[in-house]
Design a protein around this ligand. Structure first.
Ligand code: CA
Length: 418
């Protein structure tokens, strides 16, 4: 991975949370063939009239990440579900209003709640049903931090972002892991493009956090699976207790500031947060992944999907291979494979014009390649969608294309096991 600049795509924690008490689970997970069913162990339906102080703390003060809002305990209220009498939502409200805190004037207020010291746990299925706020500068999140942060510090304590959303990409949500040597904009994560109803309808945002594997879902649709293998030797810090955080930031490094299109107030409506754990502590065994790096015969460089360039194109221009140069090989049988880029957890996909992007969550013909081993032992990859070979064309600044009818040097690669 090539760290070029330090814009933040992750959340740093506030230092206002209190020290935690005991852990929730004490026994080690067993790995049996049949995982236990999920049983709810904690939750808040938010059907009352005030925030339950036995479950939640308010964090008061400024936020990290150059966020613009002041967090107060006053930017929450409860709203009735118009379609279900008896059901309510917790509403975190971002307001444009001036408040002075410790001599500093803030132009926006919002709220941030956590379960630190009140509920923390190791492993589980964590789910929120929510309708997200809308507009440039909005940054709602549903996430968790390692309970050991006061000893280990951030990011070594681990951060598991179940859902982040920024108003400038209104149809996209993000799920990310942060830890030692993978944090901020180099966190290990994925974006997931959804419908444009994120801000007008309720959706569920879920992770299944198990020993050595974490899965992310939106409305029950799986869009990312990460294991320690995904970290390319970095430390997995997700085997201890974590607590839950809900917040709505305004502005900051990642979303940028509100502009004259942003309408205030904005509401982050949360129907519920629920935590489940596997019955009898029987967790799913983590999947074994087959990671390779693609080394182009054209120039001896590794193929990358550079997150900072951000165009999801493949380029053969790296001297070494780390997370952004890793591809998970999905064996489709008969010598056919799909290649899942580790950068954003997206499949390599050929477009009708022969351009190549790592931007698909599902596999069809355009994401399928026939692997043909050449006489010199190198591999050529023939796309099934257009029957053309993948090429690291040195005349195209080493950007990969798939538009070659025959395989010569530029169409040959080594599969380097990661
Ligand atoms: Ca509710």
């Amino acid at each position: 991975m090539f760290l070029k600049k330090a814009f933040s795509a992750g959340i740093c924690f506030l230092s206002l949370v209190t020290t935690l008490s005991c852990g929730f689970m004490t026994t080690s997970p067993k790995q049996t063939e049949a995982a236990g069913s999920w049983v709810q162990v904690w939750g808040d339906e938010f059907n009352g009239n005030s925030v339950d102080s036995s479950k939640w703390n308010f964090e008061i003060g400024p936020g990290p990440n150059n966020e613009l809002q002041l967090y107060t305990p006053n930017n929450v209220h409860f709203e009735s579900d118009p379609n279900n009498s008896g059901n309510k939502y917790l509403v975190i409200e971002a307001k444009r209003e001036n408040q002075v805190y410790n001599g500093r004037t803030f132009n926006y207020t919002s709220s941030r709640l956590n379960t630190s010291g009140k509920f923390d746990f190791k492993y589980g299925k964590i789910e929120m049903r929510a309708q997200l706020p809308k507009g440039q500068g909005m940054w709602p999140a549903f996430w968790m931090l390692g309970s050991n942060y006061s000893q280990a510090g951030w990011p070594d304590c681990g951060e598991l972002d179940i859902m982040e959303y920024v108003g400038k990409t209104p149809s996209t949500v993000y799920g990310t892991l942060h830890g030692p040597n993978y944090f901020g904009s180099t966190g290990i994560g994925a974006y997931h493009d959804t419908s444009d109803t994120i801000s007008t309808q309720f959706h569920t945002y879920t992770v299944e956090w198990e020993p050595n594997v974490i899965r992310w879902y939106v409305d029950g649709q799986l869009y990312q699976v990460r294991t320690p293998q995904d970290l390319d030797g970095r430390k997995w810090v997700f085997d201890h207790n974590f607590f839950i955080i809900l917040n709505l930031a305004v502005g900051g490094d990642w979303p940028g500031s509100p502009d004259n299109t942003t309408i205030f107030p904005q509401d982050y409506k949360i129907d519920y947060v629920r935590v489940y754990q596997r019955q009898n502590n029987d967790y799913e065994p983590a999947p074994a992944k087959n990671f390779i790096a693609l080394k182009a015969a054209a120039n001896g460089k590794f193929v990358t999907v550079d997150k900072f360039v951000g165009d999801h194109k493949l380029r053969a221009n790296r001297d070494s291979a780390s997370v952004w140069e890793m591809f998970e090989v999905k064996d489709l049988g008969n010598g056919k494979v799909a290649l899942l880029s580790s950068t954003d957890y997206k499949y390599v996909s050929v477009k009708p014009d022969g351009s190549v992007y790592a931007d698909k969550e599902t596999v069809g013909p355009w994401e399928t390649f026939q692997v043909e081993t050449q006489a010199n032992g190198k591999k050529a990859l023939k796309n099934i969608g257009n029957n053309e070979y993948l090429s690291a064309d040195l005349n195209l600044d080493s950007v990969l294309v798939a538009n070659r009818p025959t395989a010569s040097t530029w169409e040959q690669f080594d599969f380097v096991q990661k």
